[in-house]
Design a protein around this ligand. Sequence first.
Ligand code: GRF
Length: 202
Amino acid sequence: KRIVILISGRGSNMQAIVRAAREEQWPAQIVAVISNRSDAAGLEYASNNGIATEVIPSKQYTTRESFDADLREAIDRFTPDLVVLAGFMRILTPDFVAHYKGRMLNIHPSLLPDFPGLHTHQRALDAGVKEHGATVHFVTAELDHGPTVARATVPVLPGDTEDVLSARVLEQEHRLYPQAVREFIDGTYRMENGRVVFADVA
Ligand code: GRF
């Protein structure tokens, strides 16, 4: 199986997936890491680990459609079975999303459907929730709303700051996302009629 990972920055989730694939000897390969920013720190990790990297610089595009068209071309040259969004900070057009229907995952740093969008940790603190976390979901046209594959929950503790809480969630992301990607590769679940269906584990 072939996996393409899209990043925009640090790429710590991408690193966690690359590491797990290697350590657990997945029947899958991370064939490329693609970024919309040339300054994404994760690109260096990927190339140091022998993974093809590519930059499609979103800043240089005037329309979403033209950017998405070039991104899609770049991705499809690697013929992936799965596209993994890992801190990829772009809203994608419905056509792009439809093209990868059932084979594109995202991780979002909140317990969806709570706090879609940005600044999730601060918003969780402001709302005074007792539990927070991260969600892996299939990507559908509506931002941060696709069917949920897996969630990890952390407590919100007295005195938490945005930094402390985000670090607590990120640690869980690094466990949750590789596991969810692996299970997709293993055929443990799939998307069917807009829902996540788990294979029988009889
Ligand atoms: C993560 O918190 C992820 O959930 C969110 O953006 C952050 C990316 O971090 N979508 P990294 O680039 O994987 O380190």
